[in-house]
Design a protein around this ligand. Structure first.
Ligand SMILES: *[C@@H]1O[C@H](CO)[C@@H](O)[C@H](O)[C@H]1NC(C)=O
Length: 260
């Protein structure tokens, strides 16, 4: 009798577990609402990252694409971690602004809010005025306190380490920044055409902007078509491609001090 009883218990438990699983996966699907995952891996002082945020990515807020995408920003880029200390490609000032931007995402999880802030900071970077980044709080009427508390405390460092782990876990690994991933697929150097990839991946009724966009090339074509002149490469390691002279001059403009 007792064993039959516990057998029924086990069955009931299994059934409950199954229902939970089905429910959970349904909830995930429902939450996603068929949006296309778009992630930007970037670093705050890379001129190409800054220009991409300001000139290209901001377009999703204007042309109706925002409803079709789940956009995540990952401010870390070509940094690396050793003994929990982070070093950045463009020096400590970049690590600092990466952390400030990580804190902004944390403080204002709403993309519309943290994107405006990051846009404002990156717009200053494009002009070589990143030291005025704090003016963005006032310009956007945002309370500096949550961000300030975050980057001054352990929270900011934790967030940067988290973004580091996320960047290092990329498959395939990133080769440079900006590195744009649409639905798990990197766009390599075709990142400025990200809208076409979103339109291609989107299962819902396409926003109007999609009408005028050509179908993007396939991933294999992308991988072999790399040109290598509108991105910031690692400055060490086995990838030794460098931006051309012109771009290099532009990079210098936004790198007032490099502590490496
Ligand atoms: C959006 O993307 C992030 C990061 O990939 C993910 O954690 C989150 O669950 C996604 N949100 C939705 C609503 O799909």
């Amino acid at each position: 009798m007792a064993s039959l009883h516990s057998f029924r218990h086990v069955l009931l438990l299994l059934l409950a577990a199954l229902l939970l699983l089905v429910g959970a996966s349904g909830a995930v699907e429902g939450k996603k609402g068929g949006k296309v995952d778009v992630a930007l891996y970037y670093e705050s002082l890379c001129p190409f990252s800054a220009m991409f945020v300001v000139d290209s990515l901001a377009k999703v807020f204007k042309d109706g694409l925002l409803d079709a995408v789940n956009l995540s920003l990952v401010p870390y880029g070509n940094a690396h971690v050793k003994d929990r200390k982070i070093s950045c490609q463009h020096g400590s000032e970049e690590c600092f602004l990466n952390t400030v931007e990580a804190c902004a995402i944390d403080a204002w999880p709403d993309l519309r809010v943290h994107f405006r802030f990051i846009y404002c900071v990156e717009d200053l970077v494009v002009d070589g005025k990143q030291r005025e980044w704090e003016s963005c709080f006032g310009k956007l009427n945002l309370d500096p306190k949550p961000v300030t508390d975050c980057y001054k405390g352990e929270r900011g460092h934790q967030l940067s380490l988290k973004y580091g782990r996320q960047t290092d876990a990329l498959q395939p690994p990133h080769k440079y920044v900006p590195w744009v991933v649409v639905d798990g697929q990197p766009l390599y150097e075709d990142y400025e055409n990200f809208e076409a990839y979103i339109c291609k991946a989107y299962k819902g009724h396409p926003p109007k902007v999609c009408d005028g966009l050509a179908r993007p090339p396939t991933p294999t074509v992308l991988e072999v078509a790399e040109a290598g002149n509108r991105v910031s490469y690692y400055d060490s390691g086995d990838i030794r491609l460098k931006p051309n002279e012109d771009n290099h001059a532009k990079m210098k403009k936004v790198v007032p001090d490099d502590d490496d």
